[in-house]
Write a protein that binds this ligand. Structure first.
Ligand code: MG
Length: 376
């Protein structure tokens, strides 16, 4: 079997020039075709048009090639071998950031293809099977402006079955007194038995301010504090991690095991959050997970895209021991989030989502949604 085509299809929901943090308003859908008619599907959480350029670029020289040129003609049955080929073949413009984001989506599609070739779900291909359902946390954005509104949103999630909720971005992280009120109201609303997670989305704190906030957050038994600083401020992460008992989480902007090694070893991070559609795909997140286990570090993947990323993560987490939760965005605001696939990944009353059982990712695209939102 041979790969005959690699496509990156930009999808975009019209919304004018509105800027917000919703990750599924657009998508770079990856489709890998073979000469037998079998197809692999993936996606990338990055700028879709930049990803498309990386897939379609011509050959400059052997260390600077478009990913499509690297893959066409290859046997698709070994994604990890092809990951190395893509990493080396893009190394002059790649190694990190968007080139690795693009490799991530292609790698997911290659694993989907491998599963379809062998007629097995990816979770089975990955060997160790720790679970058939994965606990997810409700990642709330937007979630209200006042403590009362925030508490109400969080309470509704617990009523729907979630055992953990996360407040994403502002208003949390802005005003110190407001933080106290929001956390008090939310903890009261969800009870002590459920987990309360926080993501302050790089609010511009210095280390002293972060230490003061960490004390406040600890008083409400916050499970982790995510993104107090920017991605390259590892010295600040280290200083905060050494000054607080509160677990610090980060990693949605990081790519490859090399950057996660830095987060853990130079930044003192206790919870790492690779995104399978950004950090290097299933092949690389597996390596990151094995590293994390050796370092006694917990892995809680970032997931901000469509059902394709959700499916890839469910298969991954079925086979990873040190991953207590998957991020699960609520409410799903973009139609790409809930109409791109025929499958509906809804949370059950026990706060978990079932791992798909069909071959590969175990998903099917809604072609009408692809046609409706494609912008190429
Ligand atoms: Mg985040």
């Amino acid at each position: 079997m041979k790969i005959v085509d690699v496509q990156a299809i930009p999808l975009r929901v019209p919304r004018g020039d509105k800027v917000d943090l919703d990750g599924s308003q657009d998508d770079a859908l990856i489709r890998i075709q073979t000469n037998t008619g079998l197809e692999g599907i993936g996606e990338v959480d990055s700028s879709p048009e930049v990803v498309k350029a990386i897939i379609e670029a011509p050959i400059s020289h052997s260390w600077s090639m478009g990913l499509g040129k690297i893959l066409i003609g290859e046997d698709p049955s070994n994604p990890e071998r092809l990951w190395e080929k893509m990493y080396r073949g893009s190394i002059y413009y790649g190694r990190r950031a968007v080139a690795i984001n693009a490799i991530s989506g292609v790698d997911i599609a290659l694993w989907d293809l491998k599963g379809k070739i062998e007629r097995k779900p990816i979770s089975e291909l990955l060997g160790n099977k720790y679970r058939i359902k994965v606990p997810v946390y409700a990642s709330l954005y937007p979630y209200g402006d006042t403590p009362e509104q925030v508490a109400d949103t969080a309470k509704r999630m617990v009523e729907r079955g979630f055992k953990a909720v996360k407040l994403d971005g502002a208003p949390l992280g802005q005003d110190r007194k407001l933080d106290h009120q929001i956390l008090a109201a939310t903890r009261d609303a969800i009870g002590d038995e459920n987990d309360l997670l926080t993501d302050v989305a790089e609010p511009g704190w210095n280390v002293d301010e972060a230490i003061v906030r960490a004390k406040i957050y600890s008083d409400f038994d916050v499970y982790f504090l995510e993104a107090p600083f920017r991605p390259d401020e590892l010295d600040k992460y280290k200083a905060l991690s050494e000054a607080t008992e509160l677990r610090i989480a980060y990693g949605e902007q990081h790519t490859t095991r090399f950057e996660f090694m830095d987060l853990v070893e130079k930044g003192g991070i206790k919870i790492i959050q690779p995104d399978v559609s950004r950090a290097g795909g299933i092949s690389e997140v597996l390596r990151i997970a094995h590293y994390a286990r050796e370092k006694q570090t917990t892995l809680i993947p970032h997931c901000w895209k469509t059902g394709i990323s959700i499916a890839a993560n469910l298969h991954l987490l079925a086979s990873i021991e040190n991953a207590p939760y998957l991020e699960f965005c609520q409410p799903p605001t973009s139609p790409l989030r809930y109409t791109l696939l025929k499958e509906d990944f809804s949370v059950e009353q026990d706060g978990q989502v079932k791992v798909p059982t069909g071959p590969g990712l175990g998903i099917e695209l809604n072609e009408s949604t692809v046609e409706k939102y494609r912008v190429d």
